[in-house]
Write a new protein. Structure first.
Length: 296
């Protein structure tokens, strides 16, 4: 029914918890390929200790490139696993990080929701991270599916052309799916605990820079990024740093005229969505005027 591919690098602190969660699922995968992307710790040994007991768990080892690479590196590792899938009769493909935990009904519940919504193309649970002494929801729009836990209906995955090897890949796939008429959805009642959120290892400022670069690549509207950066300066801890990183990453890429995704329709679609969130009153009034013009 489904297959899982998990890029992994230096995850020996968390991976065993994730493996046990997948093993405990009421609906287990046909195949789970874990791609060890050049780990220098015990990650590969832990994977192998389970692979010898569970034949549907497979380990692929890649050479160490010398550094952790978000975006392109993660997607490249994913495709190393994708190209070696032995089962080709799956209905769903899962990109799953290995620093997560979830209950035994997680995938069964997700697939039940896919079954009742034929237009649902990408879905996942809601991420919670441990901050300020408790587990808190990482808030995002409900039509945004978190990168660490994404389940793709096979037809949707193939129609969007798979994943883009770039920062922002996990938002670009949602947008492409929506443009093609698919629904994308995070289900907040399906709880996923995230033990190593973005920035925990690389640092808050670097994580912010990467978010900004990814937002630029996918064509985000500058007004939206400016508002988001200022908001994060006051909300995040430590204050200012994460929001400043986002702004530096985006506008630094803009000043350098870095390349963007070559998809004008997708960029226009994204910017319309962002402006609706940024200027809800403006769009509400505009819609009312349009509705009045339609009246006889």
């Amino acid at each position: 029914m489904y297959v899982i591919i998990s890029p992994a690098r230096d995850e020996d602190e968390y991976i065993e918890r994730t493996i046990r969660c997948v093993i405990s699922q009421t609906v287990q995968p046909l195949e789970w390929i874990i791609v060890d992307d050049g780990s220098s710790d015990e990650t590969a040994d832990i994977i192998w200790s389970y692979a010898i007991r569970y034949p549907w768990i497979r380990l692929i080892r890649l050479p160490n490139r010398g550094r952790r690479q978000r975006g392109a590196g993660v997607v490249s590792a994913f495709y190393e696993g994708y190209g070696r899938l032995e089962h080709r009769d799956y209905n769903f493909i899962v990109k799953l990080d290995v620093d997560l935990s979830f209950n035994a009904l997680y995938f069964e519940e997700l697939f039940r929701r896919f079954a009742v919504s034929p237009s649902l193309g990408i879905a996942g649970g809601a991420l919670y991270t441990f901050r300020h002494g408790r587990w808190l929801l990482d808030k995002a729009p409900l039509d945004t599916v978190y990168g660490p836990t994404k389940v793709y209906r096979r037809e949707c995955f193939e129609q969007i052309g798979g994943l883009v090897r770039s920062l922002g890949w996990d938002a670009i796939d949602d947008l492409k799916a929506q443009l093609l008429g698919w629904q994308t959805r995070t289900f907040r009642d399906l709880v996923v605990l995230h033990y190593r959120p973005i920035g925990k290892r690389s640092g808050v400022i670097k994580a912010g820079l990467e978010r900004g670069k990814g937002a630029y690549f996918m064509g985000s509207h500058p007004l939206f990024i400016l508002a988001r950066g200022l908001y994060r300066m006051g909300r995040d801890r430590p204050p200012v740093i994460a929001g400043l990183g986002l702004l530096l990453g985006y506008f630094g890429s803009w000043l350098k005229r870095k390349p963007r995704i070559d998809d004008a329709e997708l960029i226009a679609f994204l910017r319309r969505k962002q402006l609706r969130r940024l200027l809800p009153l403006h769009y509400s009034l505009g819609q009312r005027r349009a509705d009045r013009r339609k009246l006889p």
